[in-house]
Design a protein around this ligand. Structure first.
Ligand code: FAD
Length: 499
């Protein structure tokens, strides 16, 4: 199995966790773990990877007490395990205690601050939260020593150094230095509380000074050996490039996106109830009326929709839905591809594009479908021109795995979605907001260099969409609307590469 997760490689100090073996590593481990569950298509995960790598390097010497791991939930091999852990959003940080006889599902860290120093301090707190029976055996004592116990050491002849760090209660330096030196012999570091107002001590000063004392050496035997994976996956990740036409929408992207949405994104929510359940019902209703797919997929959505709305339950285990999607329907000729085959949403590297691209494509297609084939508006409760956008908004809010994306989208929706008054307006609203996102993301590390984020449609694809008024670029929105209606129309969707 591969060891080159898409954002991390075996050169980084992180342990790359894979579905195979993850339970063996995290369960009953002699060290605690901090794991970042990420998705290689999530832009914020891409942006955050350098911080996580720097953290892993920074606390490399703590690894007998606490380790840093990563798991790519966008890798098909890991779909099931990420769902089992209930990872809904990316990135999700989980802490696994050491020596749990029962496998722990960990704890979420929901803090907004994900800076290196903050996470490192949380790691120290987390280590201290272990009880005396489950603390990692190699973890040194982190609690403060009393000044009397330290005083009693003075004058005693000892074979090792005792370093005493005096500091304030709130300071983490002492504990960080204790952990930095945990693999070193002939030295013990203690922390004593000090009420004096002194300079803020620097961790790097203490750690490097103490390591340099003569006779203080690193113990070689206790090294933790990160699992070594046999084959390099990097090569197998690169799929042969599929030629495609940039002026077209591909059914393969819509179907692969729907597959991911139904079988992976939603499946991470084990039980659906309350607003999540009503959002799912509304979203499937919308899809069953507007998804521009081929017969087997549309029939599947229609059957799923009928089943969902007829259910008298206020709680549904998502497995029941999955079961329907995966097994029951094949028999009667309803099915949805279970391959991920990106075409128009291909990235030049595996971490680029893919699912979020297919989701935008789906949403635009739905707004165009709603305006050109208004079948949905005969449904009770679905007659407002805003309804589709509101359902999309709820889907993103409750289910889209990219949390920051969802927050940004919610801010845009709050600001202006309620001003949409016609179905054409809805098309243009989504187009405008997508361009705002493109503009914000231009130049970000998640941008595929082969697909730069630009105002869309570009002048070469739609010359009449662009105008200049007194030397300033403006959109001709009438032309843009015509272009969108044709670009995202059912008739122009290419079936090439679709199953
Ligand atoms: P995408 O932006 O995904 O676009 C897909 C295709 O849509 C393009 O190839 C083009 O053919 C067409 N298109 C482009 N612009 C428009 C337009 N204005 N109107 C109609 N069609 C258009 N990533 C982040 O890092 N931060 C975020 O906050 C963020 N928010 C997101 C919010 C939502 C709702 C979604 C679905 C995604 C979000 N993403 C965010 C992901 C990001 O927008 C891209 O989807 C991702 O980076 C992949 O980019 P891409 O090059 O495939 O093009």
């Amino acid at each position: 199995h591969g060891h080159t997760a898409r954002l991390y490689s075996s050169q980084d100090s992180v342990t790359i966790l894979e579905a195979d073996g993850v339970k063996g590593l995290l369960g009953n481990s002699s060290a605690a773990w901090v794991v970042e569950f990420y998705s290689s298509w999530c832009g914020h995960c891409v942006n955050y990877a350098p911080t996580w790598k720097a953290l892993a390097r920074d606390v490399k010497e703590w690894e007998l007490a606490i380790r840093i791991g990563v798991m790519d939930c966008a890798d098909e091999k890991n779909f099931a395990i990420c769902a089992e852990y209930g990872i809904h959003f990316y990135p999700t940080f989980r802490y696994f205690k050491a020596l749990t006889t029962q496998f722990t599902t960990g704890e979420n860290y929901k803090g907004p601050n994900r800076e290196l120093e903050t996470i490192r301090q949380i790691m120290v707190d987390f280590l201290q939260n272990h009880t005396s029976t489950n603390k990692p055996p190699a973890c040194p004592v982190l609690s403060t020593a009393s000044s009397s116990s330290v005083l009693s050491l003075l004058g005693k002849h000892q074979t090792h150094y005792t370093a005493v760090i005096f500091e304030k209660e709130v300071s983490y330096v002492g504990r960080e230095v204790i952990l930095d030196l945990m693999q070193y012999e002939n030295i013990i570091v203690k922390r004593v509380l000090d009420t004096d107002k002194k300079q803020k001590p620097l961790r790097s000063f203490f750690s490097s000074y103490l390591k340099s004392l003569s006779g203080v050496t690193k113990r070689p035997s206790l090294q933790y050996n990160a699992p070594v994976w046999q084959k390099d996956e990097a090569i197998s990740l690169i799929k042969p490039w599929k030629y495609f036409d940039r002026t077209k929408v591909y059914m393969a992207d819509l179907e692969s996106g729907l597959h991911y949405l139904l079988r992976v994104e939603l499946a991470s929510h084990k039980i659906l109830e309350g607003p999540e359940l009503s959002t799912l019902k509304d979203f499937i209703t919308v899809l069953s009326k507007l998804f521009p797919g081929q017969q087997p997929a549309v029939k599947l959505l229609e059957t799923l929709q009928e089943w969902l709305v007829s259910l008298p339950l206020d709680k549904i285990p998502y497995n029941a839905i999955l079961d329907l999607v995966n097994n029951k329907m094949r028999i009667s000729g309803m099915f949805l591809t279970n391959r991920v085959e990106w075409v128009g949403c291909q990235g030049s590297q595996p971490q680029y594009r893919g699912y979020p691209c297919s989701l935008w494509t789906l949403f635009h297609t739905l707004t165009v479908q709603a305006a050109t084939h208004p079948t949905m508006h005969i449904l009770p409760g679905f007659d407002s021109p805003q309804i589709l956008l509101q359902v999309i908004r709820k889907y993103i809010h409750y289910f889209f795995g990219c949390r920051e994306c969802a927050q940004h989208f919610e801010e845009m929706a709050k600001e202006s979605m309620d001003k949409v008054t016609t179905l054409d307006d809805a098309i243009l609203w989504l187009w405008r907001k997508h361009n705002e996102v493109n503009n914000r993301l231009a130049g970000a590390p998640s941008e595929d260099p082969m697909f730069p984020k630009v105002a869309w449609p570009t002048p070469d694809h739609c010359p009449t969409c662009h105008e200049e008024i007194k030397g300033l670029h403006t959109w001709n929105e009438k032309e843009v609307l015509t272009y969108l209606k044709s670009y995202y129309s059912v008739d122009s969707i290419s079936l090439k590469y679709s199953e």
